[in-house]
Design a protein around this ligand. Structure first.
Ligand code: DX5
Ligand code: ZN
Length: 219
């Protein structure tokens, strides 16, 4: 079983202090920083783009786990790679050719992630699993932090983990959306090894980030 890693989502951070918030996350034990990029088209919200990521790069050396909720995504991969992303995760619905977009991410020597929305079946990407480093399973409909965990996603995590074992593949299984202290153990036991969290990490226990990260990964 892989070591459990925590990727805090800065969508819940203080956007006026993103640099110091990122430093605080690293000092509090974050394994990577989950950066939610939204374009107001693929999802009904707008956040940040490559210039902001580029300006944040100097605040930490831990990986930027960049979740691109943008469409079309292919033509922007270069910009995010050059801005300092380490993992670039895209949604299959956001590209005309998933294989080409996977290759484009590889071209910049970045880790490749593919994200499945709650209604997107594993079959959409099963021919790509041997070419990717990470599957990001959405446990909310993307666009906002603070949403409720969709519990039927647990079965999808278990199914993906079975496929991973059967094919003897080594991709990470990351789960994103509504993760909290009461569902994290179930998510991990289903087969996830990376947990994304925004609200729980930044808001619980009076915003004690270090304690919240420890509580999420204590399994
Ligand atoms: C939602 C984002 C998630 C979200 C997680 O579209 O992809 O990363 O910010 O935030 P919480 O943990 O608050 O659900
Ligand atoms: Zn995300």
């Amino acid at each position: 079983m892989k070591k459990i890693q925590i990727s805090p989502s800065i969508l819940s951070a203080d956007f006026s202090e993103l640099g110091s918030e990122i430093k605080k996350l690293e000092e509090s034990g974050a394994d990577m920083i989950h950066v939610d990029v939204m374009d107001g088209h693929f999802v009904p919200n707008l956040t940040i783009g490559p210039p902001v990521i580029k300006s944040l790069r100097k605040f930490t050396n831990i990986p930027f786990d960049v979740h691109l909720m943008i469409s079309p995504v292919h033509k922007y991969i270069k910009d995010f790679a050059e801005a300092g992303a380490d993992i670039i995760t895209i949604h299959p619905e956001a590209t005309d050719n998933l294989n080409e977009s996977i290759n484009e991410i590889r071209k910049f020597n970045k880790k490749v992630g593919v994200s499945l929305n709650p209604d997107t079946d594993i079959s959409v990407i099963e021919n790509n699993l041997q070419d990717i480093d990470l599957v990001l399973i959405m446990s909310v409909y993307p666009g906002f932090g603070g949403q409720k965990f969709i519990s039927n996603v647990i079965e999808k995590i278990k199914k993906l983990y079975e496929i991973k074992k059967k094919l003897n593949l080594n991709f990470d299984i990351e789960v994103d959306g509504g993760i909290n202290f009461s569902n994290s153990e179930t998510v991990i036991n289903a087969g996830a090894n990376i947990l994304v969290s925004g609200t729980t990490i930044f808001k619980e226990n009076n915003g004690n980030i270090k304690k919240n990260i420890e509580l999420l990964k204590k399994y």
